[in-house]
Design a protein around this ligand. Sequence first.
Ligand SMILES: Cc1cc2nc3c(=O)[nH]c(=O)nc-3n(C[C@H](O)[C@H](O)[C@H](O)COP(=O)(O)O)c2cc1C
Length: 185
Amino acid sequence: MIRETIVTSTSPEGRVHIAPMGVREENGRVILAPFRPSGTLENVLATGYATVNLTDDVRVFAGCLTGRRNWPTLTCAHTPCVRLEHALAHRELRLAHAEEDVQRPRLHMDVVYEQSHGPFRGFNRAQGAVLECAILVSRLHMLPAEKIDDELKYLEIAIEKTAGPAEREAWSWLLERITAFRAGQ
Ligand SMILES: Cc1cc2nc3c(=O)[nH]c(=O)nc-3n(C[C@H](O)[C@H](O)[C@H](O)COP(=O)(O)O)c2cc1C
């Protein structure tokens, strides 16, 4: 099973990097699988640490894919890393070993510490739609325009029926990005 999270990491100089990433769990370890080239990969290999953040604020996912990466972070309690300030929960991770791959290495991470900060309030279809749209945006250069249009039409139903203001804002950032991509083609 893959869970969609926000991974925070820092460079050796302390520069914060925030990226949406799907993570798996194997034998109690968290597996990160960044595609090269990747800021997260570079940071984890250099420092040995990362944090997995769980959030239902889908603006962070959409924002990171549309040039809005400046989300507030706090220093972690048990690792030399940072976490999202407004995460519902976070897990502080230490690199156990890196499985090399030219395209997509796998980082096996030990969980050093985890903490919940807020309750899970239930599924929301618009949040799911924003995540799906964010995935489309991360693959714009690979996908045919008709497929994107078909998927947007379907995803929009959940936005119209179930979104709150944060989901609408995130959705608008993603649509803007698709329009800009097409204008630049
Ligand atoms: C929901 C979601 C899940 C993603 N999962 C991954 C992933 O597992 N690995 C990856 O390399 N990129 C993933 N991406 C794309 C990255 O977030 C995006 O390419 C980002 O710029 C990569 O940051 P990096 O430099 O830290 O690799 C995902 C994007 C979204 C919206």
